[in-house]
Design a protein around this ligand. Sequence first.
Ligand SMILES: O=C(O)CCC(=O)C(=O)O
Ligand SMILES: [Fe+2]
Length: 201
Amino acid sequence: MTAPLDIRGFRLFPGFLDRPAQEALVVVLRELLHVAPLYQPVTPRGQKMSVRMSAAGRFGWVTDRRGYRYEPRHPQGMDWPPIPEEVLAIWRTVAGVARDPECCLINWYGEGARMGLHQDKDEADFSCPVVSVSLGDEGLFRMGNEERGGKTESAWLKSGDVVVMGGAARLKHHGVDRIRFGSSTLLPQGGRINLTLRVVT
Ligand SMILES: O=C(O)CCC(=O)C(=O)O
Ligand SMILES: [Fe+2]
């Protein structure tokens, strides 16, 4: 594993997963999404998010009119499937903490989907990092500050890239401004998948 790039405390591992590993992960995720289908989340203010979501693990992060929170079950009632071993292996290599993640959020970005600048702060313990894995089309990832506003820096995340948001970057604002739809051949129909691994409790 080569040393990560440090961008404002965000650690970026370009090409962490090679193409065969990415393909194997897509196969596993397809099975997972069969059990826990993607759904379109709604913000507490009633706005439909442009990404579609699902999750794996003890808890899934959800949002609806009742707010942002972690739930032990999918909005459609089923248990979240376990986090795949291939995904746990990524966490164990880069996270640098003894605990395993309790949530693997799955974000699916179709054409035009984005995610506004936000902090990941619905977890109880900020000493564990957030680890994110990008698959498929490139996404323009924006990295900001703990406070709202100020200077930001952006990087195109490519399929197989891994980002670790820990330490000083754990509570920094971040988001995805846009994707380059059709820029990757990994997902035959195009789109971007992002996995976000977090310790929740
Ligand atoms: O899609 C990404 O790269 C980031 C996703 C994210 O920030 C989140 O799910 O909290
Ligand atoms: Fe986030």
